[in-house]
Write a protein that binds this ligand. Structure first.
Ligand SMILES: Cc1cc2nc3c(=O)[nH]c(=O)nc-3n(C[C@H](O)[C@H](O)[C@H](O)COP(=O)(O)O)c2cc1C
Length: 174
């Protein structure tokens, strides 16, 4: 058991954002690398946990991408993105795609190919989901992008990489 303190905030109280950030730190999420192709054919990518399925009819998923991320204009310009669901073996790669420090190493590391839609995909990914953007909404600093699934490939058994409380983790399946 743990103690939880419920606070009542005034509207626009900056403490709301702090409490929300802390709450989200404890939300475990599967780690993905979102990829897209820029206007000159250059590959772009970033580590992203903000991904969810939306509907099976038609197959649809959604991602949230910061407007400042280098992959964002590539997705908005091409109208396409690929979700590479990472396996537990790719924690180091996740770190590379989550830091702008060594962008040039991103696609030079690991085994990347192009899917039938020309999108970069990671050979070692647990699953690959290629999407066409069908809805787009600006929310604060981010773009909420809804994608119709065009192509999906999966490796079994599932051995996902997750992120929780600021650290990568490998969940034990019950
Ligand atoms: C575990 C993890 C999950 C992340 N999830 C997202 C996300 O869902 N959306 C987002 O815009 N940035 C996310 N980020 C931040 C980006 O990966 C990071 O800002 C990246 O450097 C952006 O790419 P860029 O350097 O090419 O602009 C996440 C970072 C980490 C470490």
């Amino acid at each position: 058991m743990f103690a939880k303190r419920l606070e009542r905030f005034a509207d626009n109280d900056p403490a709301i954002a702090d409490a929300f950030r802390l709450a989200m730190r404890g939300v475990a999420a599967t780690v993905n690398i979102i990829t897209a192709v820029g206007p000159d054919g250059e590959w772009k990518g970033m580590t992203g946990t903000a991904m969810t399925s939306v509907s099976m009819e038609p197959p649809t998923c959604a991602i949230c991408v910061n407007a400042s991320a280098s992959v964002c204009p590539a997705i908005l310009g091409s109208g396409m993105f690929c979700v590479n669901v990472l396996s537990a073996d790719d924690a180091e790669l996740a770190g590379l795609f989550a830091s702008s420090a060594r962008r040039e190493l991103r696609f030079a590391t690991a085994d990347w190919s192009t899917d039938p839609h020309g999108l970069p995909y990671l050979a070692s990914a647990q699953a690959v989901i290629s999407c066409r953007v069908v809805r787009e909404l600006e929310v604060g600093t981010h773009h909420l992008l809804v994608g119709e699934v065009l192509h999906s490939a999966v490796a079994r058994p599932a051995k996902p990489l997750v992120y929780c409380d600021g650290r990568y983790a490998i969940p034990e399946l019950l």
